[in-house]
Design a protein. Sequence first.
Length: 350
Amino acid sequence: MKTINQYIFVMLSFFLLVSCNNDGDTAVLSGFGAGELKASVTDIVLTNELNGNLVLSLAWNTAEPVVSPSDKYGTAADLVTNILQFSTESNFATIKEFTETNSAKSFIGSALNSLALNMGAKAGQPITLYARLKSVLGGNVEPEYSNVVSLNITPFEKAFYLYMPKANNYTDFSNKLCSREGDGKYEGYVEAAQWDNFKFSTEASMTTGTVFGSAPNSLYSLDSSSDQWNIWFDEGGYFLVKANTNTLTWSKTAITSFCVTGEFNGWSLSDDPMTYDSTTKKWSVTCNISTVLYGIQIIGNQNWDFKYGDNDATGELSAGESIAIAQTGVYTITMDLSDPTKYTYTITKN
């Protein structure tokens, strides 16, 4: 660490500056100066898997002010306030501050992700945050600032999961639901066999987070107490599973079909059914789309209230929308509902 070379001498006022002993000594403060700030890393790509991991440490050294004569007055280090500042601008025109009592600050993934998003970053896009240490010694002394550290951070859209480990060993956390809004309402698509037993867990672990089973004698009521039972599927198949940790309930809807419909097949709910592949976890169908007016939609369970589309042509499905088709032709349409954070599709012209 860099040695503080410059000392600023000030007379103590208020509780700090002016003080004389019986022998006429004058108390003088020295050693107050700028600190040096260092970062453990400067380029950080955040992911949901790093939520609980340590991803950044900022450490600094600051001078320890001494009141002379030190044999009578000792040090005044506790009179210095250190404030860690962050800004998206190198001139620190706008800042976010953390008052620190230690000589370091650490961030886990979720905390740094929240900081970046709160300061205007967009998920998946890198942002530069500038960090510096502001040291303050009373209102009558100008603050000192450390060097500036530039941090390149790529945040992510945080996903809140509810995992579904099977009861045979509670170690398989591959099935999970997602709360995209973080509001305690979760959903996801799951393939299950009849009498598959499982529980819900807020972490990919049975020893951390909250584990929900079913309430005794009430299959669709969630219970986090020690009295909980396993949850199970009383039928096998492919399901849209929803859970609400606010109302402590869950539900399943058996999916009997997905079909592609549009003007090309008279808006039929059965003429172009999709086929599910358990290995790839994808639905697919090949259609001869002879007219492209109004686009197409993907309909579940032959129910118009259960439809997906993509008005913005992002490749991500949204409820109640349509998918535009540029020209007529034979297309293979594939839908992937295996990732509860987003449902996706592809359209390939044959």
